[in-house]
Design a protein around this ligand. Structure first.
Ligand SMILES: *Cc1c(COP(=O)(O)O)cnc(C)c1O
Length: 430
């Protein structure tokens, strides 16, 4: 273990990590179901689905077999001028489960690129129509990825600060959380002019922004306001897609369907990097022309990689089966029970849940210095007890793979309750 950690530190720069102060990384040697095993024989319940990507558990034998078969047949092929069975079949099957207005599938490699493509489609759509629009509306505290376009439409924070001069202008709307609905709608009525090319949102749950949740009815009303001027609606379902919120897509809760949808993370069940941008027929049609300049000039080397598409097809088989669908409902019910238990606690506020995602804020009053360290305290406390959770500041959340058993969930809940007891005692002592 030490050996691998030391070698890692000699050569590797980790994501979202302050390399000077971060503890050395834990080498993981194996995964099975919701459990990760480290080099010292310790195990960890993966309650963050390895950054929200894993749906059916680690090293799932069915997905592994399908990828392995594909690997022996065709590992990759250029996707301009050529096509292949897994890409076509995946697009066909995605269109049967996406909202019915979605008509075409564009492949890329990850969530950020899926967002980049959606933004480029939206801007070029207006450009191709000869009515260029320069404005984008996004939510405060949104997270849409780490490439420049995706950063530009994300909420501005410490993460984006060094790049502010390089990010295009975006108009922000507060999230219509409980109590804010009227104010947000009023502001939106003024913001959504005929200069707005696109409105981008994470439907129902903002992930990295702190698991902020809001109701579908509000997004529906915002979409309606935006549509008065034909503004394109981009649903970033990179995190919410594939069952996380209880239904296959968060957009299924909406009456007004988005024009563009971004998918990644759970798309391959968390096994391989793949991104999808889906769009409606009118958007696709705006790029059709004998004029080459109307083309969407965008693509990545590994676009529609056959292994990744196969992984996505295998994951979809599992996801649409009764067992996974029942598990999603089961996890949602377990979370509800836990939410009721949490509700009695003084140091827990803003308990919220959509499907398999549960989140709450740890409340520690005015003690701001303590507040700042709560993330690390919670992370280490839970890791010591074999539970992998990554609090977002004082926000604790769980987003388990769907194969997580009730026993594993209950074990996690109890560890979180112990953490909350410990924190409450410390607050009393201070
Ligand atoms: C993670 C995430 C992204 C970025 O996806 P990457 O694959 O990490 O680039 C974009 N949007 C949302 C909502 C996400 O949660």
């Amino acid at each position: 273990m030490t050996n691998l950690s030391v070698r890692d530190q000699a050569v590797i720069w980790h994501p979202f990590t302050q390399m000077q102060t971060a503890p050395s990384p834990i080498p993981i040697v194996r995964g099975e179901g919701s459990v990760l095993f480290d080099a010292n024989g310790r195990d960890y319940l993966d309650m963050v689905s390895s950054w929200w990507v894993n749906l059916h558990g680690h090293a799932h034998p069915y997905i592994a077999r399908r990828i392995s078969e594909q690997l022996n047949t065709l590992e990759h092929v250029i996707f301009a001028g050529f096509t292949h069975q897994p890409a076509v079949e995946l697009a066909e099957r995605l269109l049967t489960i996406l909202p019915p207005n979605q008509a075409k599938i564009f492949y890329s490699d990850n969530g950020s690129t899926a967002v980049e493509v959606a933004l480029k489609m939206a801007f070029q759509y207006w450009h191709n129509l000869g009515k260029p629009r320069l404005k984008v509306v996004a939510f405060d505290s949104a997270y849409h990825g780490d490439t420049f376009g995706a950063m530009a439409v994300s909420g501005r924070s410490a993460f984006t600060a060094p790049f502010t001069p390089f990010l295009f202008d975006v108009t922000y709307l507060p999230v219509p959380v409980a109590g804010q609905e009227e104010a947000v709608l009023k502001q939106a009525a003024e913001l959504f002019t005929d200069e707005v090319a696109a409105f981008i949102a994470e439907p129902l749950v903002q992930g990295a922004g702190g698991m902020v949740m809001y109701e579908p009815a509000l997004l529906d009303q915002l979409i309606q306001l935006a549509r008065r001027n034909d503004t394109l609606i981009i649903a970033d379902e990179v995190m919410t897609g594939f069952g996380r919120t209880g239904r296959l897509f968060a957009s299924h809760y909406l009456a007004n369907k988005p024009d563009l949808m971004c998918l990644s993370k759970g798309l391959t069940g968390g096994t391989m990097a793949l991104g999808v941008t889906a769009c409606t027929q009118p958007i696709y049609d705006a790029f059709l022309s004998n004029d080459n300049f109307r083309t969407l000039f965008h693509g990545h080397s590994f676009t529609a990689n056959p292994l990744a598409c196969t992984a996505a097809l295998a994951s979809m088989d599992l996801l649409l089966a009764e067992e996974a669908q029942a598990s999603i409902q089961r996890i949602a019910e377990q979370h509800q029970g836990f939410a009721n238990r949490l509700a009695t606690r003084k140091n827990v506020i803003n308990i919220r849940q959509h499907g398999t995602i549960i989140a709450f804020d740890i409340y520690v009053g005015e003690q701001t210095s303590y507040f700042n360290t709560i993330r690390d305290t919670a992370y280490n406390f839970l890791l010591d007890r074999g539970v992998l959770m990554r609090p977002l500041g004082n926000v604790l959340y769980m987003m388990p793979p769907y194969c997580t058993t009730n026993e594993q969930l209950q074990y996690t809940y109890v560890q979180v309750e112990d953490l909350l007891d410990t924190l409450a005692k410390r607050t009393e002592q201070e």
